[in-house]
Design a binder for this molecule. Structure first.
Ligand SMILES: [Zn+2]
Length: 294
């Protein structure tokens, strides 16, 4: 996954950001000391179990992809740096511990954090394309910063209305009213009338985020949305990892984006917070708006 909860600071960070605040190398050394079968006493058959002679308790977690149980010992073996890397970061979805991958070992944009027990990445659903998934993770990070508590933010949540439901990309329970973020990267139809009316009825305020190189141009969608809005509105922009500004549909406001923005890191802004006071959902009809938005 791209993001994780930093238990030290109580915030959600991206992998690249985590490395700017991390001072000790860890990943390769931790792996070597715990799962390398060439080391005596460390492999699947001879790993120590139960209570150790010095009183430390040994536990085995689920078998990782290597086939060797990941052995965790409560004292003596791990260095402080090892322990910090295993327990500092938590999966933003399931809450289990994740480790931060060393930059040289990152093989893809979602390889920054891995479950300590080696189980599958919680955010890796087959139905979610890589572009959409990156957007969801960056939006989760940004929404976490706004609501102030990463535990309140969830991806892909079903919201029930009176006679229908919508699945929102990112959902947050805030103290005042719940927040939903709808992200459009390659969807063929936005269904804004149905989505917004269902979410507004359920008490949500809504952010709309579009990929800068996605199917729809953010600026055009804004212009159409303005026709049914009572205040000036903007939509959020998602700029995928590795996008050069020159190749995107438009330049992006870097000041309103998440992430460092350096080295082509992905970034996102949220745009105007939409509610019934802002958008007249009954006015979302053709031909006032294009069919793909209605
Ligand atoms: Zn998880």
């Amino acid at each position: 996954m791209l993001i994780a909860l930093d238990r030290d600071s109580g915030t959600v960070v991206t992998g690249p950001e985590a490395h700017t605040t991390q001072h000790t190398p860890h990943s390769s050394t931790r792996r070597g000391t715990t799962t390398d079968p060439r080391l005596p006493g460390r492999d699947a058959n001879t790993a120590p179990r139960g209570v150790r002679a010095d009183g430390g308790v040994v536990t085995c977690t689920a078998t990782g992809p290597t086939g060797n149980p990941r052995v965790e010992q409560s004292r003596a073996v791990h260095t402080d740096a090892d322990r910090e890397s295993e327990h500092r970061y938590a999966c933003s979805i399931c809450g289990d511990s994740v480790t931060l991958t060393a930059p040289g070992n990152v093989t893809g944009r979602f390889d920054w954090f891995r479950h300590v027990d080696g189980t599958r990445d919680c955010s890796a659903t087959d139905a979610t394309g890589a572009l959409h998934r990156e957007a969801i993770e960056l939006v989760m990070q940004r929404v976490s910063a706004i609501v102030g508590d990463p535990d309140l933010v969830e991806p892909e949540t079903r919201v029930d209305g009176d006679d229908r439901f919508v699945t929102v990309d990112v959902h947050a329970d805030s103290q005042h009213s719940p927040v939903a973020v709808e992200i459009f990267t390659a969807a063929s139809h936005m269904h804004l009338r149905r989505r917004l009316s269902t979410l507004f009825d359920a008490g949500y305020s809504v952010f709309i985020v579009l990929a800068v190189n996605g199917r729809y141009r953010p600026r055009r969608v804004e212009q159409y949305l303005q026709r049914v809005s009572s205040v000036p509105v903007t939509v959020g922009r998602f700029t995928p990892h590795g996008t050069s500004t020159a190749s995107s549909h438009e330049s992006v406001d870097r000041g309103a984006s998440a992430g460092s923005g350096a080295g082509g890191a992905g970034r996102v802004s949220l745009g105007t917070q939409l509610s019934r006071h802002v958008v007249d959902v009954d006015a979302i009809t053709t031909p006032r708006l294009p069919a793909y938005m209605v």
